[in-house]
Design a binder for this molecule. Structure first.
Ligand code: FAD
Length: 465
C-alpha cells in the first residue's frame, strides 16, 4: 500500500469514530521522536503513530488498524526490552499522552491512565504516604510492567504490582471497552495479571494502595569486587531470616563515574547492595547490621524519600542506550551460582552492564499459585543480566556474547522459567517458559475468547487455543 493511500485510508477509518488524538506519520515534525522506544538498539519505522487521548481514541485506532489489515503495536511507557511497542510499517497505538493518576486517599485507591509512568504513579500516591509496589526506574511504563507482573523494592512487603490491581478498563480487539475485575469478566482479569499485553489495550488501571514512606531506609552499600562472593553469601544469610519489610538487590557492576560515588571507587568493578527497608528505622538498622559489619567501602544507606529512591538510577538507565538482557528465575542462591556470577562478571563487555539478583518470597508467595497468570511465585530469586552500552549504533555482538555467557553459566540454577517482562525475542519455547505449561494453556483459552485473530500479537505472544 502506498504511503499516501494509507494515510488517506487511515484518516477515513479514524474520522467516523471520532478520533481526537494526533496522527504522527513520516514527514511529521514529531515522527522521529514518536517512533523511538527506550531501547536505542531498536530502529523501526511505523506507518503511523496514533497518539490517543482517551479510551474512545484507542478503540478508533484499534479498529482502523484492523480494518486496514496492518500490524498493531501498543505503546505504554515504551520500555519493552525487545522493542515490542513499535513496529515497521504498522500502526502504533500510543498511550503516552494518557498519564493521569487520580488518588482517593481515604479509600486507598488510585486510577491510573494506561500511558502513565512509574514516576507519575509514585508522585501522586506519595503525596498521601501511599504507594503501589512497582519497578525501580521512574520512566518505565505502568502498563507493560503491570501486565507482566511487576517486581521491585516493595514486592516482598506488598506483593507484585498485579497483586494490587483491583480492576482494569480494557479496549478489546473488536474495539469494545470493558471492565475486568474479580466480578466482571474474571477470566480476563486473571489473564491480565501476568499474561502481558495479549488481551486488549488497558486504558485505565485501578490499584489498591499501601502505606509506604514517605521515608524508607535505603541506599547503596558498595564493596570491592574481591569481596563480592563473601558479601553475596552474607546478603543471602540476612535475607534467609529477613522480615518481609526488607528487600535487597545484589548488583555486580562497574561503579558509575558520577556522584554520590567517591572518586576512588568510580570505574572499578564492585558489588553494590541495594537494601530497602519499609519497617521502622530501628528494625532496619538491626536487620542490616551484619552487612555493615563487613565494612563496605561506601555506605549511603539511611532514611530517604521513597520518590528519590525510585528515580535514583533513572539517568544510568536513560532512553536511547544500546541494550540486550536475559533473565532466569532461580531455585536458590547457591554458592556455585554466586561464584560463577562473580567470575563471569570479570569479562563484562561494557562499564554500564550489570548483573542483578534479588530475593523473592514474602507477600509474593502468599498469593495462591493459580490465582493470577503470574506462574513463578515460588521462585527463590530473580537473576537479570543486563547488557547496556552508550552508543546504540555500536556492534552489539560483544555485549550479546557476554550476556549469553553469564546466562548459560547460570542455567543449572534456573527453575527453567523466565520473567515475561525480561524476554527479548527468544522464540516460542521461551515464551512458554515465561508462563509455565499450565498457565500457558489457560491463557490460550482466554486469548481465544478475547482476541481470536491475534490482533494483539506484538508482545510475548500467546497463540489463541
Ligand atoms: P512498552 O514498551 O510500552 O510495552 C511493553 C509491552 O506491553 C508491549 O508488548 C506493549 O504492547 C504492551 N503494552 C504497553 N502498554 C499497554 C497497555 N496500555 N495495554 C496493553 N498492553 C500494553 N520490570 C519490573 O518488573 N521491575 C523493574 O524494576 C523494571 N525496571 C526496568 C527498568 C528499565 C530501564 C527497563 C527498560 C525495563 C524495566 N522493567 C522492569 C521491565 C518492564 O517491566 C518492561 O519493559 C515493561 O514491558 C515496560 O512497560 P512499558 O509500558 O514501559 O513498555
Amino acid at each position: 500500500m502506498k504511503v499516501q493511500t494509507l494515510s488517506a485510508d487511515l484518516r477515513r477509518g479514524l474520522r467516523p469514530r471520532g478520533f481526537t488524538g494526533e496522527i504522527v506519520e513520516p514527514g511529521h515534525a514529531g515522527y522521529e521522536a514518536a517512533r523511538r522506544v527506550w531501547n536505542g538498539s531498536i530502529d523501526r519505522r511505523p506507518a503511523a503513530v496514533l497518539r490517543c487521548h482517551d479510551a474512545d481514541d484507542v478503540a478508533a485506532a484499534v479498529v482502523a488498524a484492523v480494518d486496514l489489515g496492518l500490524p498493531l503495536a501498543v505503546r505504554g511507557g515504551g520500555h519493552s526490552v525487545g522493542g515490542l511497542s513499535t513496529v515497521d510499517d504498522g500502526i502504533v497505538v500510543d498511550l503516552s499522552a494518557m498519564r493521569r493518576v487520580t488518588v482517593d486517599a481515604a479509600a486507598r485507591r488510585a486510577l491510573v491512565a494506561g500511558g502513565a509512568l512509574l514516576g507519575d504513579l509514585d508522585r501522586a500516591t506519595q503525596e498521601h504516604g501511599l504507594a503501589v509496589p512497582a519497578g525501580q526506574v521512574s520512566h518505565t511504563g505502568v502498563a507493560g510492567l503491570t501486565l507482566g507482573g511487576g517486581v521491585g523494592y516493595l514486592m516482598r512487603a506488598h506483593g507484585l504490582t498485579i497483586d494490587s490491581l483491583v480492576a482494569a478498563e480494557v479496549v478489546t480487539a473488536g474495539g469494545e471497552t470493558v471492565t475486568a475485575s474479580a466480578d466482571e469478566h474474571p477470566d480476563l482479569f486473571w489473564a491480565l495479571r501476568g499474561g502481558g499485553g495479549n488481551f486488549g489495550v488497558v486504558t485505565r488501571f485501578e490499584f489498591a494502595l499501601h502505606g509506604v514512606g514517605p521515608l524508607v531506609y535505603a541506599g547503596p552499600l558498595v564493596y570491592p569486587i574481591e569481596r563480592a562472593a563473601e558479601v553475596m553469601r552474607a546478603s543471602r544469610a540476612v535475607m534467609a531470616g529477613a522480615p518481609d519489610e526488607l528487600s535487597i538487590h545484589e548488583i555486580l557492576l562497574t561503579v558509575p563515574e558520577h556522584p554520590p560515588f567517591p572518586e576512588h571507587l568510580q570505574g572499578k568493578p564492585a558489588l553494590l547492595l541495594a537494601p530497602v527497608h519499609v519497617g521502622s528505622e530501628e528494625q532496619a538498622r538491626a536487620d542490616l547490621e551484619p552487612l555493615r559489619e563487613l565494612g563496605p567501602a561506601f555506605d549511603l544507606v539511611g532514611p530517604m524519600p521513597y520518590v528519590v529512591l525510585q528515580s535514583m538510577i533513572d539517568d544510568d538507565t536513560r532512553h536511547g542506550l544500546g541494550h540486550y538482557s536475559k533473565s532466569h528465575w532461580l531455585r536458590g542462591f547457591d554458592d556455585g551460582l554466586i561464584d560463577t556470577l562473580v567470575e563471569r562478571f570479570a569479562q563484562v563487555s561494557s562499564p554500564m552492564s550489570h548483573v542483578i539478583t534479588a530475593r523473592m518470597g514474602g507477600a509474593i508467595e502468599r498469593v495462591p499459585a493459580g490465582a493470577t497468570a503470574f506462574a513463578h511465585r515460588s521462585a527463590a530469586n530473580l537473576l537479570w543480566i543486563i547488557g547496556l552500552w552508550d552508543d546504540p549504533a555500536a556492534d552489539p555482538e560483544p555485549h550479546r556474547a557476554w550476556v549469553g555467557d553469564v546466562f548459560e553459566s547460570a542455567r543449572p540454577y534456573s527453575t527453567g522459567g523466565v520473567y515475561v517482562n525480561a524476554l527479548e525475542e527468544e522464540g516460542p519455547e521461551r515464551v512458554r517458559a515465561a508462563y509455565g505449561a499450565e498457565t500457558f494453556e489457560r491463557l490460550r483459552r482466554v486469548k481465544r475468547d478475547w482476541d481470536p485473530d491475534n490482533v494483539f500479537s506484538l508482545n510475548q505472544n500467546i497463540p489463541p487455543a
